[in-house]
Design a protein around this ligand. Structure first.
Ligand SMILES: Cc1ncc(C[n+]2csc(CCOP(=O)(O)OP(=O)(O)O)c2C)c(N)n1
Length: 357
């Protein structure tokens, strides 16, 4: 099956899809068939990639895995709807380590994720110096994913502020987990994005999987929904089922349009699954009690006769083969040497000799 076109292009575009469009051609579902199938294709690609990363960890070819299987129904639409590109006219991403679906939707090659996982010098994000899902793609305004959780909520204010001054349609997008919202950076983000007369064009998101490593959400929060905390700052906020790609797509589209139009922040709390536990540290085994958004979406597409079982198998097969090939190729590539240890520590100072400081 040919891969349908993605919604984003390198130049800023107006979103073309309206939730109540007459031209849906998708058996009563509120999105056109090409978008639904594109979403499915990207969700499978992201899932296959993450499962491949886990296999690479298990064979001892990597040290650690952490990632986003279970967040495809949220992360894929987010990447599809963004104004992709470099500079203030485009959207900035301040993501966390479960963001593979968004990067896949932006157009990341599987091989580039595998290179990062296997610490290859060819890894475009970190030159083989960081671990899985710690992406960085300046060409798409994807800021480095950090290991300390939640710091991205403070950093995102900076690009949002620059975009406000610039005055274009670009917005900043920040993501993180539910447990991390206990950190001060999250509160900082709410305070500084919502000051009256100085509101920032920022899409603040939390992917609530109800776990912080092994600590349950229950018992950790006085508020009913994390989104309620944004409402206290007069930030428009909503809670969505992030396991439903259609609901995610429509909600993200609406909130992005609101931010681009008003220059004000908006907040989405997406309830998602954590399909393989926290990370390789907790075994990275499939958790059967969690909702699998991809399986549910496939059932919906088949029920509406938008795709057949054999076509679905073809999509999975296509990405399985791509993943195997990418792994074999990455295996042959070099790992970084000690000479590059100080490279890229500070932007623009690649040639500085930090040993002299
Ligand atoms: C500042 C900081 N404190 C603690 C940790 C250890 N840590 C790594 S992931 C994690 C749990 C985060 O949970 P949540 O924010 O809900 O995101 P999830 O991993 O569930 O997506 C913690 C406590 C860390 N990396 N950084």
């Amino acid at each position: 099956m040919p891969a349908p076109k993605t919604a984003n292009k390198s130049k800023p575009l107006k979103s073309s899809v309206k939730s109540n469009s007459k031209e849906v051609n998708s058996k009563g579902l509120p999105l056109p068939k090409n978008i639904l199938l594109n979403m499915h294709d990207l969700m499978v690609k992201s899932r296959v990639l993450e499962e491949r990363l886990i296999k690479i960890y298990r064979t001892g070819e990597s040290y650690f895995w952490i990632g986003g299987p279970g967040e495809e129904a949220w992360g894929v639409p987010l990447g599809m709807l963004a104004y992709k590109g470099q500079g203030l006219e485009h959207d900035f991403f301040h993501l966390h380590y479960r963001c593979t679906p968004t990067l896949i939707a932006l157009g990341m090659d599987m091989k580039d994720s595998i290179r990062l996982m296997m610490n290859r010098v060819t890894d475009p994000s970190t030159g083989g110096r960081n671990f899985s899902n710690h992406y960085c793609f300046p060409k798409w305004n994807v800021a480095p994913v950090t290991s300390p959780i939640e710091v991205q909520y403070g950093i995102a204010l900076g690009t949002a502020h620059a975009q406000k001054r610039h005055g274009g349609k670009g917005i900043s997008i920040v993501s993180g987990g539910d447990a991390g919202t206990a950190e001060g950076d999250f509160a900082t983000c709410l305070v500084w994005s919502s000051r009256k007369g100085n509101e920032l064009p920022l899409l603040i998101t939390v992917q609530n999987n109800r776990w912080g490593i092994s600590t349950s959400f229950d018992g950790q929060h006085g508020e009913t929904n994390i989104a309620d905390r944004a409402r206290a700052f007069n930030i428009r906020a909503r809670v969505i089922n992030g396991n439903d790609p259609i609901e995610s797509y429509l909600a993200i589209q609406e909130e992005m349009e609101y931010i681009r139009k008003t220059g004000k922040p908006s907040f989405i709390e997406a309830k998602v699954s954590r399909l393989y536990g926290h990370s390789s540290a907790s075994g990275a085994n499939f958790i059967t009690s969690e909702v699998d958004s991809l399986k549910n979406f496939e059932a919906l597409l088949m029920k509406n006769k938008l795709i057949s079982e054999s076509q679905i198998k073809e999509v999975w097969q296509k990405y399985e083969e791509e993943g195997v090939k990418a792994t074999e190729e990455a295996r042959k590539e070099a790992t970084p040497t000690s000479e590059s240890i100080w490279d890229h520590i500070y932007y623009g100072n690649e040639n500085a000799d930090w040993r002299k400081f």
